[in-house]
Design a protein around this ligand. Structure first.
Ligand SMILES: [Mg+2]
Length: 314
């Protein structure tokens, strides 16, 4: 890793650095969101009929997006990242305020559970939703990336505590929590240069043992809903059955359903595994330039300040 002088080019290409992998996750989130949004709520058969294999960032979809435009997955993650940077701490009150401001700015899309959680925060000032046993939506996982950077260097119990402080503002469900925390731990492992195989053994297999809804490879999950079990099964299938960023993302978004969010989460993880240089240049060029710049800036600033302290419990 250290032999990077002008005469070191005889060996294999250098593995991506931590910073390149973290930026790969941020850009991967936005690219996956923009790519998947075109086919959100379509079935695989409808996608095949309309696009063949969908592999271009062209906008459109039910939200009638401009080419390169992203949705709530990316903009809510950016709102969370700015709240962490401004507070210089993991402060659920600051995060809830940022989510409220994000909703006030009329995002292009907003999930039902997210809207309900923010509305409840505005009414009560409470940053923890009541436990929801019947639903385990993917809305807290889709925005977890900045917090995975902010908790780099904290031990696992504190990472899990931090994840719940942010997740429970809108989503409070044990199955969803476990999935989001597994994604954060996978991101951190991949950023440190650990292999995908190690993540499969250390994070995914124990997760699926504890929560069988996450058991993937039973059969391909098609047309995934916003349920975390569907979301992460599609993401894991794409991640572990592909060999580069593009192949992973194309596999995932062509499953249709909640394709902007499966694309966003797959993009974070594949960007961590392969680094920013493996993201196809045509996708980076298609991405909204302001969003692209915000992703790079947040990745660098969060990494420079990590780990962040947890604000004292109220
Ligand atoms: Mg979305």
């Amino acid at each position: 890793m250290t032999a990077s002088g002008p005469n070191s080019g005889l060996s294999a290409p250098l593995s991506p650095s931590l910073a390149e992998r973290v930026r790969g996750s941020y850009l991967g989130l936005a690219v996956g969101d923009a790519l998947g949004a075109t086919v959100e709520f379509m079935t695989p058969r409808e996608i095949a009929h309309e696009h063949g294999v969908h592999r271009s960032i062209v906008g459109g979809g039910w939200l009638r997006l401009k080419p390169g435009q992203v949705t709530d997955d990316t903009t809510m993650a950016l709102a969370l990242g700015e709240a962490l940077l401004q507070a210089r701490a993991i402060d659920p009150g600051a995060i809830a305020e940022a989510f409220s401001a994000w909703m006030r700015a009329k995002p292009v899309d907003i999930g039902h559970t997210v809207r309900a959680g923010i509305a409840r925060y505005r009414r009560t000032g409470d940053t923890c939703m009541p436990v929801e046993e019947m639903s385990a939506g993917n809305g807290a996982c889709m925005r977890c990336l900045p917090l995975a950077i902010a908790t780099l260097g904290l031990d696992e119990p504190r990472l899990r505590q931090a994840s719940r402080l942010q997740a429970h503002i809108t989503h409070n469900n044990a199955l969803a929590d476990a999935g989001t925390e597994a994604v954060m731990l996978m991101l951190q492992g991949l950023w440190r240069g650990e292999t995908l195989l190690l993540q499969l053994k250390q994070q995914v297999q124990p997760l699926a043992q504890a929560y069988p809804a996450y058991g993937f490879r039973r059969r391909p999950c098609l047309n995934p809903t916003g349920f975390m079990g569907h979301t992460l099964r599609v993401v894991f299938e794409g991640l572990f059955d592909s060999e580069n960023f593009e192949q992973c993302l194309v596999t995932v978004v062509n499953r249709g359903g909640d394709a902007d969010t499966t694309g966003a989460i797959a993009g974070m993880l594949a960007g961590a595994a392969y680094g920013e240089r493996d993201i196809p240049p045509r996708w980076l060029q298609a991405l909204d330039p302001t969003i692209r710049q915000q992703c790079i800036s947040q990745a660098n600033r969060l990494l420079a300040l990590a780990p962040f302290e947890l604000a004292a419990s109220p």
